[in-house]
Design a protein around this ligand. Structure first.
Ligand code: MN
Length: 728
């Protein structure tokens, strides 16, 4: 078992200025909170964090990372909180521990290859700090080293995950030795019999192999000396797992795998690398197609080396890797070989440019076949632009950055999207706009009478969701307007003694639709009427002779004022937009008569489009909630609305003129007026004025209340109170 002092010595050796106090402190804290806990093997739990910290010294990590290695399981496995860690060790260590706790809470079960890839990307995306992954890898490595203590079934599960997720991650980070060890250990537990047989086989031939290696090493060293190249030569049997993979890939028996030995030559310069290659190729015959120049074209994880396979003495194939000292360091420690420490041993990995580069690096595939592919991979969009989240069942879904729960809902199923009314993310309720984060567990809440809204289009990011929402709105708009068009026609046709149902059935309307309106059929015509694009009057005009069409009922008063108004502009466009529906027929409720700027709500009437009410209108209390619809004032549409004001004043001569002037002063026209006197010698005046919005009305009322002898000014919300003819 490694001792704390050994760890501290190692850190001080590679980073003499490092402040190692935090490591001691973390050790003491970890010891206290894990007190009494044991591993499955029966050993004290503290051994595990100590070993993890020790592994991290192997890749020369900074004191904060080593301390986190000691603390990595404290939040997950003890009562300690991230807040406590922050209080004691600062925000940096707290963030690292938090990252590790989050990753430890997700488990992976491979279903398809792509999922393993997504899972690796998710871990990368979740780890805002690259050190989280390195600590996780060290954690996994120690768990794999001590996997023997677990039940075989558990061993297999963890080994599978290691092989699918963590060994490739180590490879991507370029930490060659860790990748190799993780693969070797996984293989041992996944295929115990084969592993055993293979290693027995290798050790049986061990002596022969050993002699052979010594012989070849000797030849290479002599040749180097002849050419005045200083180099270090080593040879070893290849990794069991890589032999196994080769046997599988080539579908051959062990006897036929003949390049189980690999040599490595480490020299001082790149020039010497190629020189050594020349020496090797002139000594033994190279196997065609096996030479790879990773110096000219490095692997995505920065790995550089020359690889060649030659036919060595006795016809045995052997691989030779040639690289410089620096390349070797990178091959073994990957990105960790590039750590730079600031003064005091602080980690410098948060430098933005460097971090961006690291992220890019991680994305690059490791086995790139040629330089084109390499260049292509540089251009590929980075995974950090994507988020990876879970369904409640643990399936992984991928979304572009900014993806919301609505995107998620549509990714599950169109019906789920169309009925999505809310969501729980990691158990908490969130709004539909909630932006997903990698690692979120998302559960969609649906309700049968919830429907997509046009608003959703403003925040969804996936094209799938966008298309589905648009489709729904289109269909829905058509359905609503179709039934509205039918109702409008039925009512007005009856008034004129026409049988709507019969005309629809007989195809008469179909004909009119096509011939007189140039639309595709009766349904389209009715939908257009529902939309308000075509009026029932227009349709009737095509059916009835002009004299049978009754003139539009307009109050004499309004006609008079229309004549007086400069330009006499008739109805402007809808000043109200109905959310989710285009060009819906809109009318203002007479019970509350809303003005631009008021809070409003729409009510889908039977046959008369959408009635717009004040949000708090009492007539809506009994209304069918399903018929309520979101509406808003169209800010682009400048129009006036009639508003009614009741003024109570003393019954004095000339007061009406004063009030008219006050209204004019507030820049408004009077369109209707009703005056009555009361027994107590007061006058009650009901003005109808044209206002642009709520604020305009307020202004008018203020102006009126300043008039002498005016006692009370009030807005009338109900049209009935003025006794004006309805239906104009
Ligand atoms: Mn652990």
């Amino acid at each position: 078992m490694v001792r704390l002092e050994e760890i501290i010595e190692k850190v001080s050796a590679y980073s003499p200025l490092a402040d190692v106090e935090i490591i001691r402190k973390a050790y003491v804290f970890s010891g206290v909170v894990h007190q009494g806990q044991t591993r499955v093997s029966g050993e004290p739990y503290l051994i595990h964090p100590l070993e993890v910290a020790n592994i991290l010294t192997g890749i020369k990590m900074d004191p904060q990372t080593i301390a986190t290695g000691l603390l990595h399981d404290t939040v997950e496995d003890t009562h300690t909180t991230v807040e406590k860690i922050e209080e004691l060790f600062g925000p940096e260590v707290a963030a690292l521990v938090d990252g590790l706790t989050k990753i430890s809470r997700i488990t992976f079960e491979k279903k398809r290859d792509q999922e393993a890839e997504n899972f690796r990307k998710m871990i990368l995306a979740m780890s805002k700090d690259i050190r989280v992954i390195l600590i996780k890898l060290a954690d996994r490595l120690h768990n794999m080293r001590t996997l023997g203590a677990l039940a075989p079934e558990k061993q297999k599960k963890i080994a599978r995950e290691t092989l699918d997720i963590y060994a490739p991650l180590a490879n991507r980070l370029g930490i060659g030795w860790m990748k190799t060890e993780l693969e070797e250990l996984s293989y041992k537990y996944l295929e115990p019999e084969r592993y055993e047989a293979l290693s027995e086989r290798l050790s049986k031939e061990g002596n022969v192999t050993h002699d052979y290696i010594a012989q070849v090493k000797d030849i290479i060293e002599r040749k180097l000396a002849e050419h005045n190249v200083a180099g270090e030569v080593s040879g070893r049997p290849k990794q069991l797992f890589s032999i196994y993979k080769k046997m599988q890939a080539q579908d051959v028996e062990f006897e036929n795998i003949n390049d189980i030995i690999a040599f490595r030559v480490i020299v001082e310069s790149v020039r010497e690398c190629y020189e050594v290659l020349g020496i090797v190729h002139s000594t033994w015959k190279p196997v065609p197609g096996r030479f790879k120049d990773y110096i000219a074209i490095p692997k995505g994880n920065m790995y550089q080396s020359l690889h060649t396979t030659v036919v060595g003495p006795y016809g045995v194939r052997m691989e030779v890797q040639i690289r410089t000292e620096e390349m070797h360091r990178v091959a073994e420690n990957g990105i960790a070989a590039h750590w730079k420490y600031k003064e005091g041993g602080a980690f410098d990995g948060k430098d933005d440019k460097r971090f961006a580069w690291l992220r890019q690096l991680l994305e690059w595939q490791t086995e790139l076949k040629d330089s084109d592919e390499f260049m292509e991979s540089i251009k590929v969009d980075l995974f950090s632009e994507d988020v990876y989240v879970f369904t409640p069942k643990g399936d992984i879904k991928e979304f572009p950055a900014g993806g919301t729960v609505v995107d998620f809902a549509y990714a599950i199923h169109t019906d789920v999207g169309n009925r999505c009314s809310g969501a729980r993310v990691n158990g908490k309720m969130v709004p539909l706009k909630y932006k997903l984060h990698s690692g979120d567990v998302v559960q969609i809440i649906t309700s049968a009478n919830h429907h997509p809204s046009k608003d959703w289009l403003s925040f969804v990011t996936s094209s799938r969701a966008r298309t589905r929402i648009r489709n729904w709105i289109k269909t829905e708009e058509r359905e609503v307007s179709l039934s509205l068009g039918k109702e409008l026609c039925e009512r007005d046709f009856t008034k004129h003694g026409l049988e709507f149902g019969r005309m629809l059935k007989s195809g008469e309307l179909e004909k009119i639709a096509k011939e007189a309106f140039g639309v595709s059929g009766a349904e389209s015509l009715l939908a257009a009427i529902g939309y308000g694009k075509i009026s029932v009057q227009q349709l009737l005009g095509k059916i009835l002779p002009p004299e049978q069409l009754s003139p539009k009922k307009v109050s004499a008063f309004k006609r008079m004022f229309d004549k007086l108004k400069p330009g006499g502009k008739p109805e402007a466009r809808n000043p109200v937009v109905v959310k989710g529906v285009e060009d819906m027929m809109v009318k203002f409720a007479r019970c509350c008569n809303p003005l631009p700027g008021d809070d409003i709500v729409g009510f889908i009437t039977h046959g008369q489009g959408v009635a717009v009410h004040l949000a708090g209108c009492s007539s809506l209390l009994q209304a069918d909630r399903d018929r309520l619809i979101d509406v808003a004032w169209d800010k682009k549409e400048k129009s006036t609305r009639p508003a009614r004001i009741e003024v109570v004043c003393k019954n004095e001569k000339g007061l009406l003129a004063d009030m008219s002037n006050a209204i004019k002063a507030a820049d408004a026209n009077i369109t209707d007026l009703l005056i009555r006197s009361t027994p107590d010698n007061k006058a009650v005046c009901n003005f109808e004025v044209e206002v642009t919005d709520h604020a305009h009305l307020k202004n008018i009322m203020k102006s009126l209340s300043k008039v002498k002898n005016v006692l009370k000014v009030e807005r009338l919300k109900s049209e009935g109170q003025i006794g004006k003819e309805a239906g104009a």
